[in-house]
Design a protein around this ligand. Structure first.
Ligand code: EPU
Length: 420
């Protein structure tokens, strides 16, 4: 199994480019199934999660051509109704394929998407939404079947704000008959990006990016070219890295507006940064003060940035309360930070208290999930001595060639490929 070996304490300087957004790429691949014509998706990140979803659509008989930072998808034919079991269970986001498949072929058979260490990830709102649009639902143990001769527009009020739930129902409604209204919809920037592109291809969606989205069904979606927005979670993670380990780090090809809630907190904590068009420059500081955060749906503080921010607070003076309101397993990784010397107390599964500043020491640790994994990399980069991070598949799920990009900033990080 491969692992990262990091020698901490180097001051980082230079430039790092943000890749296309993982969570936009996954949905764009799913949306491509709505059209029989070719979709070209540019600024495409080739990471484990996007590779898995491309394999899943290839398994359905869809033509996929991988290029340099781009992918072409042509779903002229969808030859199967069932999603590959192994791949589905590896990628929670595979549920987003269900809507477009149902809309195109009238049937989808799939296993419950993979469990996830960040907490309970139910799919009840997806299943309710499909049924409201007229689909029949049958379940055999952990496999389920959805079928619909025709999907009809409907009104859906999400009892809880869900990013993939909003995207899935929006995509499904595009080819349904009549009008669909989604209320209490998620507002993450990936959603208006997808709606804008679908509209260019013939869809009729209004209100994406607000909490009420209206979709008027159409008969056909054309082909086209979509450029993915920069990954806001990479942007935020690199900004936190700059505060922790810069020197001066220039983050290129990003949209600072998409990480506004993080920047507000960083400023309060005493971090110096400068915003430019599509760029963010962050200076390292040893004089941070603690601030509290509570995660929230967009435009609030992203739960995906909670782990690196919690690490940032281990280096700030004072006590901060970190509240992850979205997922109930996302603070478990703080045990690993404590092993490295941090002083974090778990109050309940959604809340920790961080006392800082604490000196971190290199350790052998395993990456529990994607966002905790990259946080442990950041922790290794500021710790004294050597850190070994195992289970780096989790990190490769979301960050393309991360060690090479960090090395360019001066980080001492190596990927070691070991057979055992
Ligand atoms: N929920 C339900 N029922 C459902 C669906 C969701 O109760 O049918 C609950 C969840 O359990 C959670 C809340 O609703 O408590 C919000 O979850 P949401 O559905 O918004 O999460 P998601 O769409 O599965 C996406 C991102 C996550 C990100 C969250 C929150 C993708 C593929 N994933 O997940 O990204 O953390 O939104 O912003 O877009 C990551 O990239 O590391 C990641 C986990």
């Amino acid at each position: 199994m491969s692992y990262f070996e990091i020698v901490g304490g180097k001051k980082l300087n230079g430039e790092i480019e943000v890749k296309g957004a993982k969570n936009a790429a996954l949905k764009a691949v799913a949306a491509a199934l709505l059209s029989k014509e070719k979709w070209t998706i540019t600024n495409f990140p080739f990471i484990e999660d996007t590779n898995r979803i491309l394999e899943m659509v290839e398994d359905l008989g869809v033509k996929v051509v991988r290029g340099d930072n781009q992918v072409e998808i042509e779903a002229r034919f969808i030859k199967k109704n069932s999603l590959d079991k192994k791949l589905t269970q590896k990628l929670r986001a595979s549920i987003i394929l269900a809507g477009p498949m149902l809309a195109r072929t009238g049937k989808v058979e799939m296993y419950h998407p993979g469990g996830c260490v960040i907490g309970k990830r139910p799919i009840d709102m997806f299943l309710d939404g499909f049924q409201k649009m007229g689909a029949k639902f049958r379940q055999r143990e952990d496999e389920f079947v959805l079928s619909a001769r025709k999907l009809s527009g409907t009104n859906i009020f999400f009892p809880k704000i869900s990013v993939t739930g909003t995207e899935t129902m929006m995509m499904t409604a595009v080819l349904a008959e009549g009008e669909t209204i989604l209320e209490n919809a998620a507002m993450e920037p990936e959603i208006p990006m997808l709606a804008e592109f679908l509209n260019k291809c013939g869809a009729k969606i209004s209100g994406a990016g607000t909490s009420t989205i209206k979709i008027i069904g159409v008969k056909k979606i054309r082909g086209g070219k979509i450029e993915l927005i920069p990954d806001r979670i990479e942007t935020g993670t690199f900004a936190i890295l700059g505060a922790l380990a810069g020197g001066r780090i220039k983050i290129k090809r990003c949209n600072p507006d998409h990480v506004r809630s993080l920047l507000v907190k960083m400023e309060k904590a005493g971090v110096k940064f400068e915003e430019r068009e599509n760029e963010l420059i962050v200076w390292g500081t040893k004089k941070m003060i603690s601030v509290d955060i509570s995660t929230h749906e967009y435009p609030g503080f992203a739960t995906d940035l909670q782990p690196p921010f919690t690490l940032l607070m281990t280096q700030a003076k004072g006590t901060s309360l970190v509240h992850d309101s979205i997922f109930d397993g996302r603070l478990m990784f703080t045990e690993a930070l404590n092993l490295m010397g941090a002083n974090v107390t778990m109050n309940d599964p959604h809340r920790v208290t961080v006392n800082g500043p604490a000196k971190l020491h290199g350790r052998k640790i395993a990456s529990p999930d994607l966002r905790a994994g990259i946080t442990l990399v950041l922790a290794g980069l500021i710790a004294e001595g050597k850190t070994r991070i195992e289970n780096i598949y989790q990190i490769d799920r979301g960050y393309e060639k991360i060690e090479e990009r960090l090395q360019k900033l001066g980080a001492d990080i190596k990927r070691i490929n070991s057979k055992s």
